[in-house]
Design a protein around this ligand. Structure first.
Ligand SMILES: [Zn+2]
Length: 270
């Protein structure tokens, strides 16, 4: 397919082109398990240009959600209900409380900000900035951020991060982002450049080491083709952050508990 670019392991750089596809591959999308570090990753991710439009997340996600709903309507509803109920009851969520705890007031960047709904929830002392590759979603986010003095850069993360001054942000968020990024090391390094020394990065990604993945196998909700290109375990995520120059501040057992499909981590820029 013309939309694909082969790549080596995003964690250790090992070229696994000669290895057979991983059993969780879904042709034409080829997963590889790295022979050197064990990381599972998509070897042939879509080009950035395709992700901006025809393979934009909001379109592929809607199709994937509909497939899951049809396959098992009860499980689909059950998986979505607890989070919504929890947020409604408490009026807050983990990201809001962690931002208040780990970020200083000032400009905060959401890399892969989607339609801007995440930063919209943060307290008024944070000025929301975003990077979003989808043209449609970046327009929505811009409408949300502009009244608070922030803005959105439309494009791939690596190029967009280059448009901000060094040390500009007092906090950076990457929730449901790194699993989509074909060049996670380069993007994390670029994010470190635009962060003020001592400030923090909050990361949330699907946990490939979760028990649900082991039980559900190829039907695990973390598999999304071609959107998810990196499948992190807790040690893999931690190693990537350290390689990119961060200090892992927090990734405790309750942040990466294997009963959850996701894991959270806070990293500090030295
Ligand atoms: Zn590797």
């Amino acid at each position: 397919m013309s939309t694909q670019v082969p790549r080596a392991c995003p964690l250790c750089g090992c070229d696994n082109a000669s290895r057979p596809p991983h059993r969780y591959s879904r042709p034409p999308w080829i997963l590889k398990g790295c022979s050197q570090c064990g990381m599972v990753y998509l070897e042939n991710p879509a080009r950035y240009s395709a992700l901006a439009n025809e393979l934009a997340w909001e379109k592929t996600y809607a199709a994937e959600a509909e497939t899951r709903r049809q396959r098992n309507p009860f499980l689909y509803r059950a998986a979505r209900a607890p989070k919504a109920l929890w947020q409604r009851l408490l009026g807050r969520d983990k990201l809001v409380s962690w931002a208040a705890r780990y970020f200083s007031p000032g400009p905060v960047l959401d890399v892969g900000c989607s339609g801007g709904h995440t930063l919209e929830r943060l307290a008024p002392q944070f000025v929301p900035y975003g990077i979003e590759i989808s043209e449609e979603l970046s327009r929505l986010a811009q409408e949300r951020f502009a009244p608070r003095g922030g803005r959105v850069v439309q494009g791939d993360a690596l190029t967009a991060l280059g448009q901000f001054d060094a040390g500009f942000f007092t906090g950076v968020i990457m929730t449901s982002f790194l699993e989509h990024e074909p060049e996670p090391h380069a993007v994390l390094s670029a994010a470190g450049r635009v962060m003020r020394p001592g400030c923090c990065l909050i990361v949330k990604v699907p946990n490939y080491g979760s028990w649900n993945r082991a039980v559900r196998g190829a039907l695990w909700c973390g598999f999304r083709f071609p959107d998810h290109v990196n499948y992190f375990t807790p040690p893999g995520l931690r190693a990537l952050l350290v390689q990119a120059g961060f200090e892992v501040q927090r990734c405790g057992i309750f942040d990466r508990f294997p009963t959850s499909d996701n894991m959270w981590l806070v990293a500090r820029r030295p």
